[in-house]
Design a binder for this molecule. Structure first.
Ligand SMILES: Cc1ncc(COP(=O)(O)O)c(C=O)c1O
Length: 365
């Protein structure tokens, strides 16, 4: 049996009529940028998430970077974050000239909240947790620490559409949250796309101007900005897919329950889901003994897997400017040797899940 990691071609066939309908809606108007679809998407996404504002942008990376900028974070400031994430989390901090200050992670791969306070210095301006894989970080404690030390909270909610903590949606805890709508996310566009959520009207207004060259109107540039507008076609696609998001997340959660039930090997660690979280499972990452050999074995049996990621952020070549070294964040470093993302998407069949589980169990027998 072949089990691809993800199957975007299949998804296209399934949604073909709806996608072509979106193309028709947008292209038939003769306008492609900042049309009504963009406004509608922003309102609908804000209502889904539960924030007052959503500002759509080109990518999740832009949402984080522009969001940090809008909070006034700048060169010389420090932002506390985690070494377990996609490089964009740190990239956003680095691009505005601030310094990423890492805090090690817990077993569940999210920032270890018990270690945050010891990383705070007079230069710390924000805490940026990452809801890794769709699992919410412990926002109750993070917000408490941030309030005590008068720090901003910037949620890297790139993977958090459809994820909840204490029944509150990801992205509603911080001052701002950056979401990605990259094709591999639960809510995804036809290419790169992203958005920022906030309750702060001033910030939302500032970013709306900044994302469009700093133009307040066609001939009135009030600051130099960037071009980071969500395309109208993407907005219409996202509107269509937002309506299906809950069922996508439910299916993904069902997949994971089945994986949990059928993977019996003691060499596989799957972090538990605690009572106060609702994981959206953008990715299903296990921690495996002899990971590389298991990956190869799965590949030989037609199962495509990916390592997310083999190198923690503090040991990336780009991070050498910050002076971190091997051993600084031992939990993250150990996990990077074990993590393996199994095939996981809403079109995965039960038979495929049972097959992958069986191959894993056989490998360790
Ligand atoms: C945790 C995390 N942060 C940031 C990003 C960046 O989002 P984008 O790819 O939309 O720029 C991603 C994207 O994969 C991500 O997974």
């Amino acid at each position: 049996m072949n089990v691809p990691f993800i199957d975007l071609k299949f998804r296209y066939q399934e949604e073909r009529e709806e996608i072509l309908g979106c193309v028709e809606t947008v292209l038939s108007q003769g306008h492609l940028i900042l049309t009504e679809e963009v406004d509608l998407f922003e309102r609908e996404a804000a209502s889904y998430i539960g924030t007052k504002h959503v500002v759509s942008l080109n990518s999740g990376t832009d949402a984080l970077m522009i969001g940090l900028w809008a909070l006034g974070i700048k060169k010389g400031d420090e932002v506390i974050t985690t070494p377990i994430s996609f490089v964009a989390s740190t990239g956003a901090i680095a691009h505005i000239g601030a310094r990423p200050v890492y805090v090690d992670v817990s077993d569940d791969q999210n920032i270890d909240v018990s270690k945050i306070e010891e990383a705070i210095t007079p230069n710390t301006k924000a805490i940026m947790p990452v809801h890794w894989g769709g699992r919410m970080a412990n926002m109750e404690r993070i917000v408490k620490i941030a309030r005590k030390h008068k720090l901003f909270v910037v949620e890297d909610a790139a993977q958090a559409m459809g994820a909840y903590y204490n029944k509150k949606h990801g992205g509603t805890f911080g001052d701002i949250a950056g979401f990605s709508a990259h094709p591999l996310k639960n809510l995804n566009a036809l290419g790169d796309a992203g958005f920022l959520a906030t309750d702060n009207e001033e910030i939302a207004k500032k970013i709306k101007i900044y994302r469009s060259h700093g133009l307040e109107s066609r001939d009135n540039c009030v600051m130099y900005g960037v071009n980071s507008r969500l395309d109208s076609l993407h907005a219409e696609i996202l509107r269509m897919r937002l309506k299906k998001l809950n069922s996508v997340v439910q299916k993904r959660r069902k997949n994971v329950s089945l994986y949990r039930e059928h993977i019996k090997a003691a060499e596989i660690f799957i972090p538990k889901e605690s009572d106060n979280e609702y994981h959206s499972y953008v990715m299903f990452i296990v921690q495996a003994e002899r990971r590389d050999a298991l990956k190869e074995y799965l590949g030989k049996h037609g199962v495509e897997t990916l390592v997310y990621y083999g190198t923690p952020l503090h040991l990336q070549q780009a991070a050498s400017i910050y002076g971190y070294k091997k051993g600084d964040f031992p939990v993250a470093e150990k996990q990077c040797k074990k993590v393996l993302a199994l095939p996981h998407h809403q079109n995965l069949t039960d038979e495929q899940i049972l097959y992958v589980s069986e191959i894993i169990n056989n490998f360790y027998r």
